[in-house]
Design a binder for this molecule. Structure first.
Ligand code: OGA
Ligand code: MN
Length: 208
C-alpha cells in the first residue's frame, strides 16, 4: 500500500472520534520513526530511566493494578526522533481542534514498558482526578508482535462487546478518554508503548 499522507491519517482519526469515538491506525508512525523511539526507550531503560508506574494524582504504587514501568517525555526533548513524534502529535491536535472544536490545549505522554506477565487492569483514563484528559493516543513500538504472545489492549465498547488490539509497531489507538474502559492483557515478552493524553483546560470541575 502506498504511504498515506498525514492529512489522510488525521482525517481518519477525526472521523473515528466523531463517529464511534475510537479508531485504530496501523501506519500512524513510519517504521524508521517508531524503531528509533523504541531504541531510545530501551537505551533509557538500560540506564535506569524508567520507574514503576503509580495510579492517580498522588502516584501511589499499585503493582496489583498496573505492572508497567514508565518514563515521561519532556515537552522539548533533546532527541530528534522524540521531537519528530511530538510534531506528529501537535499536527493531530490542530486537526482535531479545527474539525471537532475540542479546544485541546496540550499533550502529556510517557513511555510504558510492561515486563513479561505485567498487565494493567480495566480502567478509564479520565477518572475523577483527571478531568482534563480528553483524547487518549497510544502508539506501539514493538517489532513483529504475534497473536499468541498476548499483550493486547482490550477496549470495551458501548454495545457491551470488546476488541483486542495487538501492540504492533507503528500502530496507534485513539479514543475519547472518558468513554472507553480498557485494560492491557499480560504478554509473554516485553511490551513497549508511548501513551499520551490531549488535555482540555479545566476550572474546578467545569470544562471551558
Ligand atoms: C494506559 C493504558 C494501554 C496500552 O497507560 O493508561 O491504558 O495499550 N495503556 O498500553
Ligand atoms: Mn489507560
Amino acid at each position: 500500500m502506498a504511504r498515506r499522507t498525514r492529512e489522510e491519517i488525521e482525517q481518519q482519526i477525526v472521523e473515528g472520534l466523531a463517529g464511534p469515538g475510537w479508531v485504530v491506525i496501523d501506519d500512524f508512525l513510519e517504521p524508521d520513526l517508531w524503531r528509533a523511539l523504541a531504541r531510545g526507550a530501551w537505551h533509557a531503560e538500560g540506564g535506569g530511566g524508567f520507574r514503576a508506574a503509580g495510579i492517580g494524582r498522588e502516584g501511589r504504587l499499585a503493582a496489583a493494578v498496573r505492572g508497567d514501568r514508565i518514563r515521561w517525555l519532556e515537552s522539548r526533548p533533546a532527541e530528534r526522533h522524540e521531537r519528530c513524534f511530538l510534531q506528529r502529535v501537535e499536527s493531530l491536535r490542530l486537526a482535531i481542534n479545527r474539525r471537532l472544536w475540542f479546544g485541546l490545549l496540550d499533550f502529556e505522554t510517557h513511555y510504558a514498558l510492561y515486563p513479561p506477565g505485567a498487565a494493567y487492569a480495566r480502567h478509564l483514563d479520565r477518572p475523577a482526578g483527571r478531568p482534563e484528559r480528553t483524547v487518549t493516543l497510544i502508539c506501539y513500538l514493538n517489532e513483529d508482535w504475534r497473536e499468541g504472545e498476548g499483550g493486547a489492549l482490550r477496549l470495551y465498547l458501548a454495545d457491551g462487546g470488546h476488541r483486542d488490539l495487538l501492540p504492533l509497531g507503528g500502530r496507534a489507538v485513539v479514543f475519547l478518554s472518558e468513554c472507553f474502559e480498557h485494560e492491557v492483557l499480560p504478554a509473554n515478552r516485553p511490551r513497549l508503548a508511548l501513551t499520551g493524553w490531549y488535555r482540555q483546560r479545566v476550572h474546578g470541575n467545569v470544562m471551558v
